[in-house]
Design a binder for this molecule. Sequence first.
Ligand code: HEC
Length: 135
Amino acid sequence: MKKQLLLLVLILATAVALAGCGGGGDNTDTASVAPRGQNTSAGDPEEGKTLFAGTCSACHGPEGLGVAGLGKDLTTSTFVMERTDAEVLEFLKTGRPASDPLNTTGVDMPPKGGNPALNDDKLLDIIAYLRVLEQ
Ligand code: HEC
C-alpha cells in the first residue's frame, strides 16, 4: 500500500511538472513571428528559382509559364493557389501520371519532376518560388 501511494505521488509530481513546462510557453513573445497564411512559404524562393530552373523548367518553362505539350502554366494555376504548402509538397512528391483521372493534359507530371534528389527542404524552396510566380 505504501509503495502504491509513493507511485501515485510520483505520477502527480510528474504531471504537475509537465503542466508547468507547457504553461511557461504561453508567456513567450510571439509578436515577432509572422502569421503563416496559406500563401506564405517556409522555403527560400531564391534557392527555389535555381532548383526550378534545373528540374522543372524543362516542362514548365523558365518563368513557369508552361510549355505547349509538356508542363502547365504554374503562374495562373488555381491548383497551386488553392493549396497549402504542405499539400503542394505532397502533390510534388506524388506527381500526376497521365493515367490519373485528374490529369488534364494526358502528359505525365513525374514525382519530384523526375529528380529524386529533391528532398522536402528543396521542394519547399521550389514551392516558395511558385508563390512568387503566382503573384
Ligand atoms: C517531364 C515534364 C515535367 C517536369 C520535369 C515537371 N512537370 Fe510539373 N507537370 C507536368 C505536366 C504534364 C503537368 C500537368 C499534368 C496534368 O495534365 O494534370 C504538370 C503539373 C504540375 C503541377 C500542377 C499544376 C496544375 O495546375 O494542375 C504543378 C504544381 C507542377 N507540375 C509542378 C512542377 C514542379 C515544381 C516541377 C519541378 C520539381 C515539375 N512540375 C516538373 C510535367 C512536368
